[in-house]
Design a protein around this ligand. Structure first.
Ligand SMILES: [Zn+2]
Length: 70
């Protein structure tokens, strides 16, 4: 599986689209929910949510979320 070739990014010349998986609310894995360019300066991404496809949403950095107060 390590020699799998990802599709090249269409937005920049040197990025590849990497599949990302998520976990649903019941803990079930959702494979290939989103595809993100491997080039950080490109940031192209496509993802599916509730059956709708979202293109090039801004990538939220984890730092943008306010920390949870315990
Ligand atoms: Zn790209």
């Amino acid at each position: 599986m390590s020699d799998q070739v990802w599709p090249p990014c269409k937005e920049c010349p040197d990025g590849d689209l990497l599949p990302l998986s998520d976990f649903g609310s019941q803990g079930a894995p959702i494979h290939y929910k989103a595809w993100v360019c491997s080039n950080p300066s490109c940031g192209f991404n496509i993802k599916i949510r509730n059956g709708d496809v979202y293109l090039n949403e801004p990538i939220a950095s984890g730092a943008a979320h306010s920390p949870r107060i315990r």
